[in-house]
Ligand binder design. Structure first.
Ligand SMILES: C[S@@+](CC[C@H](N)C(=O)[O-])C[C@H]1O[C@@H](n2cnc3c(N)ncnc32)[C@H](O)[C@@H]1O
Length: 214
């Protein structure tokens, strides 16, 4: 499909990739929280997920400091999981301050601590490109979703029209450590039907609304 595009190679040592990223998030959890709250464009992107979230049971994977959770978690029976302990702590504070209940815990997308077919919806924003093994992560999301359940992903990809600003922006995302993947292909291979929309960043920020096929 997009063979001419220069998608990222996945790291051979997944554990050290994840540990390195985790150290960075550990140092930057508080500044990240302030950044998200103060950056209108980031919040606008994340909020595009909200109309697609359906309950009753919702899981947000890699919620970071929990900005998006504060926007919807109170309306559903919500769980959240993130690898970084500090992110979990900051998000828990943010939810508590707003009086919003959700079950948050630390954990890895590659081994989600939930039964098969548990959730009606999974939300995942600006995080998938930080997972070292796309197939493994996507298969886990698929496993814990109910058949017919919905996966809402926002992440970075090449712009469909290959515009120069977007192509440049994608290279910058990649230089910052993001793994740029053909997410549509991955969704299809892992058992999802999906729609895709470019929502910002010169066509580099994509919203995928996917349904578990089987
Ligand atoms: C760029 S932040 C995005 C946070 C939030 N979703 C947002 O859109 O602002 C990426 C998040 O992914 C989490 N993360 C990274 N690797 C992970 C993994 N293997 N399993 C679960 N979460 C992970 C990080 O701890 C971090 O909170």
């Amino acid at each position: 499909m997009n063979d001419s595009l220069n998608y990222s190679r996945e790291p051979e040592d997944r554990d050290s990739f994840t540990r390195k990223l985790d150290r960075a998030y550990g140092m930057f959890a508080r500044p990240y929280d302030i950044g998200v709250k103060m950056l209108p464009v980031w919040k606008t992107w994340l909020k595009r997920a909200i109309p697609h979230i359906k309950g009753p049971r919702v899981l947000e994977v890699s919620f970071g400091t929990g900005f998006l959770l504060t926007q919807y978690a109170g309306e559903f029976d919500t769980d959240g999981i993130d690898y970084n302990e500090k992110m979990v702590a900051v998000a828990s504070d943010n939810l508590e301050r707003k009086g919003i209940a959700a079950r948050l815990r630390q954990g890895n997308v590659e081994a989600l601590p939930y039964e098969h077919d548990t959730f009606d919806c999974i939300v995942n924003t600006m995080a998938f490109s930080g997972y070292p093994d796309g197939h493994r992560a996507m298969s886990e999301l698929h496993r814990v979703l109910k058949p017919g359940g919905r996966l809402v992903i926002i992440d970075v990809e090449f712009p469909a029209d290959r515009n120069r600003l977007g192509m440049g922006a994608t290279r910058i995302w990649a230089a910052l450590g993001d793994l740029i993947r053909d997410l549509g292909k991955l969704l299809h291979e892992c058992g999802f039907d999906y729609t895709e929309e470019e929502i910002g960043g010169f066509g580099t920020v994509h919203l995928y609304v996917a349904t578990k096929r089987y």
